[in-house]
Design a binder for this molecule. Structure first.
Ligand code: HEC
Length: 112
């Protein structure tokens, strides 16, 4: 957690400099990350969702994006920095990855 806070501090400065809160910044990034919005595939809260249904050899199949709001930071970071099938490549900075991660976990305390 200490490292997360440390990584977040420049983000906070960045966000305050442009008159939006870090939370607003992260929300915008999640929906508009220099490419197709994460929510289009992973859902508004990162809960995961079915993107398309199709038939393959007569069988119903789903193309879906996994739930991403309960994986740990290292897995999250790794997934965004290596090629994954079905997942666009984003080239996000470390700060952006942290912002997205915190965005998806912003309600964690409330849930418990
Ligand atoms: C076009 C649909 C699509 C978009 C847009 C998309 N993803 Fe994904 N994402 C996927 C699919 C499909 C997978 C599963 C890939 C696999 O398992 O190989 C995935 C996997 C992931 C994983 C790994 C999950 C795990 O359990 O290993 C993370 C983290 C992730 N996406 C985060 C994001 C973030 C953050 C964004 C926005 C910057 C985003 N994705 C945008 C489709 C998408």
């Amino acid at each position: 957690m200490k490292t997360l806070l440390f990584l977040l501090s420049p983000l906070y400065l960045l966000a305050t400099a442009s008159f939006i809160t870090p939370a607003e910044y992260a929300a915008q990034l999640y929906k508009n990350p220099r490419g197709i919005g994460c929510h289009k595939c992973h859902g508004d809260e990162g809960e995961g969702k079915v993107i398309a249904k199709y038939k393959h050899k007569g069988k119903e199949r789903n193309f879906s994006a996994p739930k991403i709001n309960s994986i740990n930071y290292n897995e999250f970071y790794r997934a965004l920095n290596k090629r994954k099938s079905g997942m666009p490549r984003y080239f996000l900075t470390d700060k952006e990855v942290v912002a997205l991660y915190l965005y998806l976990h912003r309600n964690d305390k409330k849930k418990k």
